[in-house]
Unconditional design. Structure first.
Length: 385
């Protein structure tokens, strides 16, 4: 994909977003060097090592060789939420059914599928991006029509799509936004998941039969807000295990994740910003209040139409940090959070501006009397429409 091309043509520092297997290459190497567990056929790591890659090593350092040196590497926690969900996902991918991650937008479904694919197959970029315009040949295979006309159907004239690549190489396929695709495109997965066979009639009865190699499976994602756009058929549902990725309920965990992810984004942007813990806590508290429709004091507030997810909180915090770096003092301030919040809350419905203003007038105003960060936040309400 484009990310890989950027890595080959330039340096890693020039890539806007590297593949997961490149970002965490050192940790993956450490885990593989210390992996003594049994590996399912076609997997690069044992299930326990896959779990540790996603959930971290609890500050325990793993000794391994890396680029000619002996290093001690701590495996970082990359997914914050239900640890048992990770166990169920890994078990599903060892079986005959595909894995379908469902949930509200911004709950890290795509990130989780990337992490699983990178750990199990070593590649996270064998991906189908589901849209209303996705066609079956973009899912399975297509043809180089110049070669097809001159030589006829052959493997040389066949252009592999992610399903063909995953089946023949024995690797995972990621299918993003499954419910955005038309029903006939979704149902093209039924025979692949049930029989584990891909038929290409143009190549003949024998040459056109491709059996999936061990290690092949599909990780799909779907947003609950897209339910009803293209409902998954009951036949396809039976080929998947459904796992719901919930928003982070624990405020301390969400604060830690927002801070960690923002620091990573700032590092990639080669920008330094000082972040007060109280400002990040203010941001996360706002998101949890508006997400739940109720504050920790028990005040009921109207929930905006927009998704107040952790991913959106990270985006708001990162934008505020960039404003602080290039238009401010280099210190993240509550007022900058308030300004950047508008781009998230007003995304779906202009009427949400009234709900946000009400939140500031009823909730933030009270907290402003007790805390200077909330006071600065409340004073920034002048930026609200």
């Amino acid at each position: 994909m484009g990310e890989e091309g950027g890595i080959l043509m330039g340096t890693m520092s020039n890539v806007l977003r590297a593949a997961v297997e490149n970002i965490w290459a050192q940790e993956l190497a450490a885990l593989r060097a210390n992996d003594v567990g049994s590996k399912p056929p076609g997997w690069l790591m044992s299930p326990k090592a896959v779990r540790q890659f996603i959930l971290g090593s609890n500050e325990k350092a793993l000794t391994h060789e890396w680029e000619g040196q002996t290093l001690k590497t701590v495996i970082t926690k990359k997914f914050y939420g239900d640890d048992l969900l990770i166990d169920r996902c890994i078990v599903t991918l060892m079986g005959n059914r595909g894995l379908l991650l469902v949930g509200e937008p911004g709950t890290a479904k795509s990130m989780l599928s990337e992490l699983l694919a990178a750990a199990i197959s070593g590649v996270s970029t064998n991906t189908i991006q589901g849209t209303a315009g996705t066609t079956e040949d973009q899912v399975k295979y297509s043809w180089n029509y110049a070669l097809l006309l001159s030589e006829g159907p052959s493997l040389r004239s066949l252009v592999p799509a992610p399903i063909f690549t995953g089946m023949t190489k024995g690797s995972l396929v990621r299918f993003e936004e499954l419910t955005r695709c038309a029903s006939e495109v979704q149902d093209a997965l039924i025979s692949v998941l049930s029989d584990k066979v891909l038929l290409i009639p143009e190549l003949g009865d024998t040459a056109g039969v491709f059996h999936a190699q061990k290690g092949f499976n599909i990780i799909a994602t779907a947003n609950l807000r897209d339910r009803g756009v293209n409902e998954i058929s009951s036949a396809l549902k039976r080929r998947f295990n459904f796992e719901t990725v919930q928003p982070i309920a624990d405020k301390e965990l969400e604060i830690a994740l927002v801070k960690q992810q923002t620091q990573q984004l700032l590092k990639e942007a080669e920008t330094e910003v000082q972040m007060e813990q109280e400002v990040i806590e203010l941001l996360v508290t706002t998101f949890q209040d508006l997400r739940l429709g109720k504050t920790m004091e028990g005040t009921v507030v109207e929930r905006p139409s927009s998704v107040m997810s952790t991913a959106e909180a990270i985006a708001v915090n990162f934008s505020a940090c960039l404003e602080a770096a290039y238009f401010g003092s280099g210190q993240l301030e509550s007022s900058q959070i308030a300004k950047q919040l508008l781009g998230t809350v007003l995304k779906d419905n202009p009427e949400d501006a009234k709900k946000l203003k009400h939140y500031f007038d009823v909730v933030v105003k009270v907290r402003a009397k007790q805390n200077r960060f909330w006071k600065e936040y409340y004073e920034a309400r002048k930026w609200l429409p």
